[in-house]
Design a protein around this ligand. Structure first.
Ligand code: EPZ
Length: 422
């Protein structure tokens, strides 16, 4: 088992390059199933979650060449299975996003029911409602969800009660090979949805309106593979921006699509952070004291829930009373206890609200990552805490941050990864 050792007090200075977006690459890898010829994907981040979903596709018969750094070739000419087993799906619930493309391509999909996780129950009712409206028959037994459409899928008008990212991706991919037109109302509008739609259209699909509040998909009979370069990870980039602000550093984040960062940039500026925007890079400095701010997480283009934990770490050292309202997930405050153990002054108000009094004097101690973004928040807090912070449960962090230690070390952080005897 590994642990991170972070010694607080160093300013982050220098340049760091953002990797490809985890939350774009996972549905895009799944979407390659729709193509009857190979695809080549570039800017693939080296993450555990990418290895997991590649394992699922290889189980289904896809041949994957990952010999080249940050690239994948997906040979999807023959799909030889329609079932994704528990041992592959349970470690990453996002594997469920293979159901839509598999159902569309082979007319049958049997996926182990994805469990909940630390941040919430993570239901899939909206995914299943969409598949049924497209004509699939859904059954649930022995912990599996099975969808069949022996006569193929038919276009439909679908309204999502909540703009679910995963449901939007799954339904959009299923609709690509349906007969007729599908209208998806109230879809997720995240940049990762747009990136997926661009890849699907490069494969011969007809998807229009991704990134808006109505997506229209005209079904086609066949799709082919395509080359695609994945967009940069806006959450990874945002995490380094907050690290620069908290340490009063001077950091340039490269490979950033500034238009994807608007809500975070607005909040950082409100807190007194200096942000200079360039075409594909952002320069972050924070000469003065950080000021308290209020955030409310919302579906895109609102403030991203995936930045909530990291922002809360910053709020612990902002002067004044900050507030957080988490509207997307029902249990995304696990980092509160861990931050309070480091000396933060955070009080939760119900399951979705938190009050943060600052600036607190954070001191290093033993903490654990409870989920991916909470783990990032602990690292950020460790960068400014007095003394040594030891962070466990690193598998959460490995899922979503490529080379976190190396990137932070290159910015001057005192951070090491050590092996600890079980
Ligand atoms: C995606 O998860 C991301 N994961 C999450 O990032 C992100 O936090 C989330 O979108 C919201 O932006 C990937 O893209 C792999 P949702 P997803 O379906 O698709 C409810 C990270 O840290 N809901 O938009 O699972 C659900 O309970 C991860 O990178 C239903 O009620 O999120 C939740 O409250 C964490 N029924 C809300 O919608 C459904 O059928 C948002 O979920 C589906 C969802």
């Amino acid at each position: 088992m590994d642990k991170l050792i972070v010694k607080g007090g160093n300013r982050l200075t220098g340049t760091v390059k953002t990797s490809g977006a985890k939350n774009a690459v996972l549905p895009i890898i799944a979407g390659s199933i729709l193509g009857e010829t190979p695809s080549r994907l570039d800017e693939i981040p080296q993450l555990e979650d990418v290895k997991t979903i590649c394992g699922v596709l290889e189980y289904l018969g896809v041949k994957i060449d990952s010999s080249e750094d940050h690239a994948l070739t997906m040979d999807t000419r023959s799909i030889t299975a329609y079932e994704a087993p528990y041992e592959l799906v349970h470690s990453m619930r996002a594997s469920f996003v293979v159901m839509g493309p598999l159902l569309a391509r082979v007319g049958h999909a049997r996926i182990s029911q994805p469990g909940g996780c630390a941040i919430g129950s993570r239901p899939i009712d909206l995914h299943l409602k969409g598949f049924e409206l497209l004509g699939a028959k859904i059954t649930q037994d022995h912990g599996f969800i099975e969808a069949t459409a022996p006569q193929g899928l038919k276009g439909a008008d679908i309204y999502l009660d909540f703009p679910s990212v995963g449901a939007t991706e799954n339904i959009m991919m299923a609709a690509c090979l349906a007969e007729g037109t599908t209208t998806l109302e109230n879809p997720a509008e995240e940049p990762e949805i747009v990136d997926l739609a661009n890849y699907l259209n490069q494969m011969g699909a007809h998807v229009r309106g991704a990134g808006t509040d109505v997506i229209r998909i005209e079904g086609v009979k066949h799709m082919h593979g395509s080359d695609h370069t994945v967009i940069p990870d806006r959450i990874e980039a945002g995490t380094y921006m907050i690290g620069a602000a908290m340490t009063h550093g001077d950091v340039i984040i490269e490979n950033v699509l500034v238009e994807h960062q608007k809500p975070l940039l607005a909040k950082l500026r409100e807190a007194g952070v200096t942000i200079e925007e360039d075409i594909d890079r952002i320069h972050v400095t924070c000469p003065g004291e950080l000021k308290a701010i209020n955030i409310k997480t919302m579906p895109y283009p609102g403030f991203p829930t995936d930045m909530q934990a990291q922002m809360m770490a910053m709020m612990t050292i902002c002067r004044g009373r900050s507030t957080v309202m988490e509207t997307v997930f029902e249990n995304r405050f696990m980092h509160v206890v861990e931050l309070n153990r480091m000396g933060a002054s955070i009080e939760t108000t119900g399951a979705r609200g938190a009050l943060i009094e600052g600036p607190a004097k954070l001191t290093g101690c033993e903490v654990n990552a409870t989920d991916l973004r909470a783990g990032a928040a602990m690292v950020l807090a460790g960068l400014v805490a007095e003394g040594k912070t030891v962070i466990g449960n690193l598998h959460h962090i490995d899922r979503g941050y490529e080379n976190l230690v190396g990137k932070l070390q290159s910015l001057g952080a005192d951070i090491q990864r050590i092996k600890v005897q079980e």
